[in-house]
Structures are given as structure tokens and as C-alpha cells.
Ligand binder design. Structure first.
Ligand code: NAD
Ligand code: UD1
Length: 342
């Protein structure tokens, strides 16, 4: 089977390419490098010893997209490409709507034209807003509070409408919890541009000495130690979730929705301790005000994915912290020192 991976040079996409190649799928990657670089794909090929096809292409350029489908007989698309920074989305919402919505619409039009109707879409636990109870199940009510989250929810709705109009489509909406960690080789990992927004890259940059101190956003939540609790999932487990969704897609399920999380919640202080243990470094931090828009706690009920896909996360908090640190210490500047970086 040949899989088109949009955004395949990015953090989750590159890890998914590895697992797809390991399972002998043919992989075609499309990415505009707006938040990544070609070096991640070089390393994917080095790690697996296999080649993938690659197009430097923007989903906003509809016509060039045709060429990919002319060149390859695609069986299914895994659609990662999108902008993902919540804070940034509140300052440049039009860019987020343009990129995420128009990019997806262009992709869907070309897929329809070439009769490729199997799609896995990267959604997010952000679509659950502030849940009334935990753990979060797929049928919980949906609400979003920022333009990034709204693009995810809108695309979910668009995809459901598409299926209603044409039952030949098979669409998996995968709602990720908090992806962290890196490939066990330490060759690929998360490479945020500028100051990290998310917790784990921030902690690991403090550990490696790039940043002086972590701000812990709030110490007075109604959680066991007062800091925010999240369902952190190892990016390799997440990547495997995509691979295990593909057989489900080709069984003609229509629209299916799965939480991809571990079902366990860890606090900010537990994550700090985890990285301290992995790195042998002390992480300097201070407790500051809550970050606007944050919720106290969020973790998944991931039993549906286990039952229907046979998938469950297997990597521990220790694995997540060890692999984050391994990547960070081997690549303190991410992919930046590499000459091919865009
Ligand atoms: P990422 O930024 O590392 O990867 C996204 C990739 O898409 C990048 O390589 C970027 O260059 C590419 N891209 C963006 N717009 C494009 C366009 N118009 N045309 C072509 N390529 C384009 O992000 P990630 O963390 O790997 O996330 C992948 C997907 O998963 C995103 O859709 C994101 O919203 C979603 N998601 C991520 C998280 C997370 O915490 N990382 C959580 C939930 C959902
Ligand atoms: C964030 C996004 C969410 C997105 C998810 C995955 C916000 C408000 N939410 O979720 O929409 O789906 O990333 O990309 O941005 N923290 C600190 N200090 C920091 C950074 C984070 O204390 O410097 C805390 C947060 O308050 C939170 C936890 O660490 O309790 C995790 O934060 P983060 O990694 O940003 O993920 P989320 O906020 O869960």
C-alpha cells in the first residue's frame, strides 16, 4: 500500500514515516517546510534503511498537488500538515484558517478527483475544551476556545459532511493527547522554532542549558500537587496508532473517531522530576500565574482504540523522559546546525 503523508517532515509525521516504512508501506511525503526541514526525512531514511518519495509542496498550491496523485497511485492519506501553535493562532487567526482549512479543502478536492477516499486526520484533545469529567471519552461534548482548536473542530465537521455526501469515504479522526518524546535512536525529535510553547521541549531546553528556568503555569489547580495534569503520550506510540488505523480504514468503517492517549495523567512537577532523573540535571523552575485558556486536568479514555484497533500506548513516563533527553542532548540546537535546514 502507498501512503501519502502530508506534513511528513514534522514532529509526529517523521516518526510516523519510520513506523510506516518499518511495516513495508510505500511512503510519499509532502511538506512545505514551514515548520520543519528536509534533514528529518534524511534521518528517517537513515534509521529505516529505506527510501521514501518526497515533494516540497504547499497544500495551498492546489495545481501542484495534482502532480503527486498523477505520479503515485495513493491508497490512503495521513494528513498532518497544519499550523499548530495555540497562542500564535490568536494573533494571526486568518493565517491559521487559510492554511489549515484551505489546505485541507485543496487536499480533499484532489483526493476526490483521483478517487482516493481513505483519510486519517490529525485532530486534538483540544476539541473537548474543559471536560466536565475525566477520563475523556470520544462521545463527550466538543467545544474550543481558540482559532487553532476551531480549525480542528471545523475540519472534523467538514469531514463528517463529506462522508454524509459520499459513503465511499473512510475517515479516521484521531484526537491526540500530549505527544512527547523522540525516536529511541535520538536522531529525530521535536524541533520547535524559537521559544517552545509546550512543556516538554521547554523542560529539555532548560536541562541542556539553552534556557535558564521553566515557568510552571499555576500551582493552585485542583490536582494532587496543584500543577496541571495531562496525558503525555510517547510520539512512537502515537505513530503506531496511525499505522494500526490503516487496516481499519480499508475495512470501510465510514467515519471513526479515536482518542490516542495513555489514559494516565501526570503533573508538571512529575514531568520535571522525570527529566531530572533522565538527564541527571536539576531543572530550575518557578511557579507563576496560570496560563490563560489552560485547564486543570485532561486525560483520555483510550479503550475504544484498544478495542477497535488493537492499539494501546506501551511506553512509560521513563521512556518519554529518557528519549526526550537523548534527542535533546544529541541535538541541542535541533536540526539547526545542519546545512540543509531551510
Ligand atoms: P509539526 O509542525 O512538526 O508538523 C506539521 C508539518 O506540516 C510541518 O512539517 C509543516 O512544515 C507542515 N505544513 C504546515 N502547513 C503546510 C502546508 N500548507 N503545506 C504543506 N506542509 C505544511 O507539527 P506536529 O506536532 O507534527 O503536528 C502534526 C499534526 O498533529 C498537526 O496537524 C497538529 O495540529 C496535530 N496535533 C499536534 C499535537 C502536538 O502536540 N504536537 C497535538 C494534537 C494535534
Ligand atoms: C497545548 C495546547 C493544546 C494543544 C496541545 C498539544 C494551549 C492552551 N493548549 O496543550 O491546544 O492541543 O498543546 O500541542 O496551548 N506548562 C508550564 N510551563 C510551560 C509550558 C506548559 O507549566 O512553559 C504546563 C501547562 O500549563 C500544562 C502542561 O504544562 O499544564 C502542558 O502544557 P502544553 O505542553 O503547552 O500542552 P497543553 O496546554 O496541554
Amino acid at each position: 500500500m502507498k501512503i501519502l503523508v502530508t506534513g511528513g517532515a514534522g514532529y509526529i509525521g517523521s516518526h510516523t514515516c519510520i513506523e510506516l516504512l518499518k511495516e513495508n508501506y510505500d511512503v510519499v511525503v509532502l511538506d512545505n517546510f514551514s515548520n520543519s526541514c528536509e534533514e528529518s526525512l534524511n534521518r528517517v531514511q537513515k534509521i529505516t534503511g529505506k527510501n521514501l518519495f518526497f515533494y516540497k509542496l504547499d497544500l495551498l498550491e492546489g495545481p501542484s498537488l495534482h502532480q503527486v496523485f498523477e505520479d503515485h497511485k495513493i491508497d490512503a492519506v495521513i494528513h498532518f500538515a497544519g499550523l499548530k501553535a495555540v497562542g500564535e493562532s490568536t494573533t494571526i487567526p486568518l493565517k491559521y484558517y487559510q492554511n489549515n482549512l484551505t489546505g485541507t479543502l485543496n487536499l480533499l478536492s484532489v483526493m476526490e478527483k483521483f478517487n482516493v477516499k481513505n483519510l486519517v486526520f490529525s485532530s486534538s484533545a483540544t476539541v473537548y475544551g474543559d471536560p466536565a469529567t475525566l477520563p475523556i471519552k470520544e462521545e463527550f461534548p466538543l467545544s474550543v476556545t481558540n482559532p487553532y482548536g476551531r480549525t480542528k473542530l471545523m475540519i472534523e465537521e467538514i469531514l463528517k459532511d463529506l462522508y454524509q455526501s459520499d459513503k465511499e469515504w473512510n475517515i479516521a479522526l484521531l484526537r491526540y493527547f500530549n505527544p512527547v518524546g523522540a525516536h529511541e535512536s535520538g536522531e529525530i525529535g521535536e524541533d520547535p522554532q524559537g521559544l517552545p510553547n509546550n512543556l516538554m521541549p521547554y523542560i529539555s531546553q532548560v536541562a541542556v542549558g539553552l534556557l535558564p528556568r521553566l515557568s510552571v503555569f499555576g500551582g493552585d489547580y485542583d490536582t494532587p500537587d496543584g500543577t496541571g495534569v495531562r496525558d503525555y503520550i510517547h510520539v512512537t506510540d502515537l505513530a503506531l496508532g496511525h499505522v494500526q488505523t490503516l487496516p481499519k480504514l480499508v475495512s470501510n468503517p465510514g467515519v471513526v473517531i479515536y482518542n490516542l492517549g495513555t489514559g494516565n495523567g501526570f503533573s508538571v512537577l512529575e514531568m520535571i522530576k522525570g527529566v531530572e532523573k533522565a538527564s541527571g540535571k536539576q531543572i530550575s523552575y518557578e511557579i507563576t500565574d496560570r496560563r490563560p485558556g489552560d485547564i486543570a486536568a485532561c486525560f483520555a479514555d483510550a479503550s475504544k482504540a484498544k478495542k477497535e484497533l488493537g492499539w494501546e500506548a506501551t511506553k512509560s513516563l521513563e521512556d518519554m523522559c529518557n528519549d526526550t533527553w537523548n534527542w535533546q542532548k544529541k541535538n541541542p540546537m535541533g536540526y539547526r546546525n545542519h546545512p540543509k535546514k531551510d
